[in-house]
Write a protein that binds this ligand. Structure first.
Ligand SMILES: Cc1ncc(COP(=O)(O)O)c(C=O)c1O
Length: 460
């Protein structure tokens, strides 16, 4: 067993996990039927180790989280030092130095006048906060009927009941309906499979049509990721976000940039909005803010949105006990400092082309249909027929992803994401410290597995 602070054997951990731990978004029955729960015990840089001592490249940064890489004693130490000084105090009515310093730091890096930072414990809470702020802002400024949210098909914005209304994934919504009313969906920017009637140049017009359909005086906000994760790293066409900004201004809707994944260097800028040159009213973030050494998120709002909350006795009647947790704040400050000192964002800019070229070099394998993404956030879409772009039916996709790819990639030491929430894709989001040798290593594991998938399906 690899080095870990746990005194338990692999067998004991497996047994207890199977009996007591409820994994998220997981088919727990498979483990009851004998499949082994993967247990990760240690990390260092771009690598993690399981309880059997096997090493893996963490080419998903532990779910787009560990931007600075694993095993940073200095970041852990920042949390420990803070714990000794002030282990916890809340941001409900009180402040403390680390959340103040962090709010100022975040505001200094965020685009334009996004100067007001409301801390949360994670991405879903950040989105929830943005949706509630949108509603209350409109109520305070004389538009009480503006309550609806426009989001995009297949987009994932979190699982809490409000965020779920924005999430555009039927399978994640259906078990919990009825949801918060007012979640409306428009086409995403899947340029490989444009919806009928749309080209790359007029995709944003779908938002206008939806606003007109719902009634402009009922729409509070439009929420979008800079690069949409679910579906497989959909990048925006040129001018898309500029047009969305115009639409939001024209219809008095707030523009929420959900950057739970796309901030903190993931796209080669501090924030995804900076990569695509647009100015949102709100950014929601989490994950890379602390490189997930502590759980923390934030909603960053513009000065304009804050104005009505500075008047009279108004207040944002919303909060979370752990928002702005001092330990998480100290960890976030240390993480941002490390990113600056070590020029981590520059590393992404320097090597994103190399990552992309490695993935594009797989285009000779018949199952590889498309390569897309930005920064250290890329996807390969898998197809049955590259000429016609024919995709797989549900059964084929299930067999391909769960019956083969996920296990083969993991078994060969590569953690990435095989996903069929849209059409089947494999996603890559390595820690932002990854250099060319790590990218080469990802490629050397990926190629034979994709070739094996093609052969298994008889594709040529
Ligand atoms: C774009 C986006 N928004 C919101 C969330 C929800 O974040 P969390 O899982 O921290 O609640 C996620 C999670 O991956 C996400 O990718």
């Amino acid at each position: 067993m690899a080095t870990t602070s746990s005194s338990m054997t692999s067998e004991q951990l497996q047994e207890l996990a199977n009996r007591h731990l409820w994994l998220h978004f997981s088919r727990m029955g498979a483990y009851q039927r004998g499949e082994e729960i993967p247990i990760i015990v240690r990390g260092d840089g771009c690598y993690v180790w399981d309880d059997h001592g096997n090493r893996y490249i963490d080419a998903l940064s532990s779910l787009y989280c560990v931007n600075i890489g694993h095993g940073r004693a200095d970041i852990a130490q920042a949390g420990a030092d803070q714990a000794k000084e002030l282990g916890f105090f809340t941001n409900w009515s009180y402040a403390h130095p680390k959340s103040i310093e962090l709010a100022a730091k975040v505001a200094s890096l965020a685009p334009g006048d996004l100067n007001r930072v409301f801390f949360t414990s994670g991405g879903g809470e950040s989105v929830e906060s943005a949706l509630k702020l949108s509603r209350q802002y409109h109520k305070l400024t004389g538009n009480p009927n503006k309550t609806k949210i426009i989001a995009r098909n297949i987009a994932y914005h979190g699982t809490t009941m409000g965020a779920l209304a924005a999430t555009g994934l039927t399978y994640a919504r259906q078990p919990y309906e009825p949801l918060m009313p007012g979640g409306c969906h428009v086409p995403n920017t899947n340029l490989y499979r444009l919806p009928p009637g749309y080209g790359a140049e007029n995709l944003a017009e779908a938002i206008v049509e939806q606003i007109e359909f719902e009634g402009p005086d009922t729409v509070a906000a439009v929420i979008l990721e800079p690069v949409q994760n679910a579906g497989g790293c959909f990048v925006p066409p040129d001018g898309y976000f500029q047009r969305v900004r115009e639409i939001c201004d024209e219809y008095n809707c707030l523009m929420i940039s959900d950057e739970v994944i796309c901030s903190w260097g993931r796209l080669g800028e501090w924030f995804g909005a900076q990569r695509f040159g647009y100015q949102p009213d709100i950014i929601t973030t989490a994950k890379g803010l602390t490189s997930s050494y502590a759980s923390m998120g934030a909603m960053i709002a513009s000065d304009r949105l804050m104005e009505p909350f500075l008047e009279g006795n108004n207040s944002f009647v919303h909060g979370f006990t752990f928002g702005g947790h001092p330990i998480a704040s100290a960890v976030a400050l240390a993480n941002i400092q490390a990113m600056e000192d070590e020029e981590v964002i520059e590393n992404v800019r320097e090597n994103e082309g190399y990552l992309r070229a490695m993935l594009e070099s797989m285009m000779d394998i018949p199952i590889v249909g498309d390569v897309r993404g930005a920064g250290y956030f890329h996807a390969i879409e898998l197809v049955k027929n590259r000429e016609t772009r024919e995709t797989f039916n549900d059964e084929e996709s299930e067999d391909l992803l769960r019956g083969y790819l996920t296990g083969e990639l993991y078994g060969n030491g590569l953690i990435c994401r095989s996903d069929d929430r849209g059409d089947p894709v494999v996603q890559f989001a390595p820690p932002l410290i990854a250099g060319r040798e790590v990218i080469d290593e990802i490629g050397s594991i990926l190629r034979p597995v994709l070739e094996g998938a093609s052969e298994r399906l008889g594709l040529q």
